[in-house]
Design a protein around this ligand. Structure first.
Ligand SMILES: NC(=O)c1ccc[n+]([C@@H]2O[C@H](COP(=O)([O-])OP(=O)(O)OC[C@H]3O[C@@H](n4cnc5c(N)ncnc54)[C@H](O)[C@@H]3O)[C@@H](O)[C@H]2O)c1
Length: 399
């Protein structure tokens, strides 16, 4: 068989669709910081994408961002128009098909709503936003616009993460009644490119918006995103506000004064269907891990080992615990190999590609707001409950 045919066979076997290069998608990037690089690298691999514009609040940042890709895969940085804000860009660029919103958490909602109001499809970085109210406003704008908005939870595209849902859907665990999830880092407050993650006015939420939302998505997606009913939450920031933490890293001790979000959070959540969700997440702690993820069911349970840097990946294989014919069994689920040399197997590539395919085909959002609303409501519930010092009821209106 000739190489080309074999490639076509592999593409079909892996479910990868052929890209219609005659149908181009005009894309703009809002916020040209750290994560925008990951978006740009994917777009540059896609023959049907034209990057027409970008925006950043910091003068000259967008221009410098695009310049570093000049000449890569035929990309011409001088053809990209740069703007000082999302509003300026969306007001001027009237024929955009889609935007990647890569701004810090505080401006996710305003950028997404403005883009939708302008009739532009949105790939919005996680977390969806910072409050339940903002999430509902985004959904209203989405409904009114008829456009697609997909939230950037790329671990969902990892075949090992997808296996969790497949295991639950197979019925081997029976009815799910208790889930413990979360995890975290012993020393991992993210300040590699500045302090937007840790300042209140830019990050608004800390460890929960950075990595906690991944843990929630992993288990909630696996069990079909049941509605959260009540939340008892706790947040703290003892380590993030201690100058000693940054001295250990060779970072400015003043970061301690700038730290305005949570470095640890815990929540006890009642979900529809009689399921309990016990959640904890840490950016920093005097501990290796606050525990593996465990999903307990009436016929079996699943253990998903925690990782050092919780970001929606798997180091050690998962284990299923069951009972068969009176014997207690433990089955190791083989890890699925993902070729790190193949850029198309990266979760980021799949996240952007699945969004673009939906935009082109008039499909639905790969990671829909209707699900992530619940993720956001749990985070918001933990913040509110922690402030009030008591359990709160989550009451979500229909959008
Ligand atoms: N999916 C992932 O793996 C992943 C990884 C890291 C970060 N993120 C998410 O990406 C987002 C950005 O993180 P980052 O580390 O790139 O932040 P960053 O601070 O490096 O970059 C954000 C940029 O957005 C710009 N900006 C803010 N509001 C704007 C507006 N209204 N118009 C134009 N530009 C605006 C800022 O000036 C800044 O340059 C966060 O919400 C974070 O949670 C996702």
């Amino acid at each position: 068989m000739a190489g080309g045919n074999l490639d076509a066979f592999k593409a079909v076997a892996s479910g990868e669709k052929e890209i219609d290069v005659n149908k181009k998608v005009k894309v703009g990037i809002i916020g040209t910081g750290w994560i925008a690089e990951a978006h740009m690298q994917q777009y540059l691999q896609m023959p049907d994408v034209i990057i027409t514009c970008g925006a950043d609040l910091i003068p000259g940042k967008a221009e410098a961002f695009f310049k570093q890709y000049d000449g890569q895969n035929g990309f011409d940085a001088s053809s990209v128009k740069c703007y000082p804000s999302h509003k300026a860009m969306l007001d001027a660029e009237t024929d955009l098909d889609a935007v990647s919103i890569c701004t810090y958490n505080a401006t996710h909602a305003e950028c997404a709503i403005y883009a939708l109001e302008k009739g532009v499809n949105v790939m919005l970085e996680k977390p969806m936003c910072v409050t339940t109210e903002e999430a509902l406003d985004i959904m209203k704008a989405e409904k009114k616009s008829g456009k697609i908005i997909s939230i950037g939870f790329q671990p969902r595209l990892d075949p090992n993460m997808q296996k969790i849902k497949q295991i639950i859907d197979s019925g081997v665990l029976g009815k799910i009644y208790y889930i413990q999830t979360g995890g975290g880092r012993r020393h991992g407050i993210p300040t590699p490119f500045g302090t937007t993650f840790i300042q209140k006015d830019t990050g608004v939420i800390g460890a929960m918006g950075d990595i906690g939302c991944y843990s929630l998505d992993m288990v909630l997606n696996a069990i079909g995103y049941p509605k959260p009913l009540t939340v008892t939450g706790y947040t703290s920031n003892y380590l993030g506000t201690d100058p000693h933490y940054y001295e250990m890293d060779g970072k400015p001790a003043e970061y301690a004064d700038l730290f305005g979000v949570e470095d640890f959070a815990a929540g006890f959540v009642r979900l529809e269907g009689g399921i309990i969700l016990d959640f904890r997440i840490a950016w920093a702690m005097h501990l290796d891990t606050p525990g593996d993820t465990i999903i307990m069911g009436t016929k079996g349970s699943l253990r998903i080992p925690s990782t050092e840097c919780w970001n929606g990946s798997l180091d050690d294989p998962m284990v299923i615990y069951t009972e068969v014919a009176g014997s207690q069994l433990q089955t190791t689920v083989p890890k699925i190999y993902v070729d790190p040399q193949d850029p198309k197997q990266s979760n980021f590539y799949k996240k952007i590609r699945s969004f673009l395919d939906a935009v082109k085909d008039g499909g639905t959002a790969p990671v829909p707001t209707s699900q992530i609303l619940y993720n956001q409501a749990i985070i918001d519930g933990i913040v509110t409950s922690s402030k009030l010092g008591k359990e709160i009821v989550i009451d979500l209106p229909e959008v």
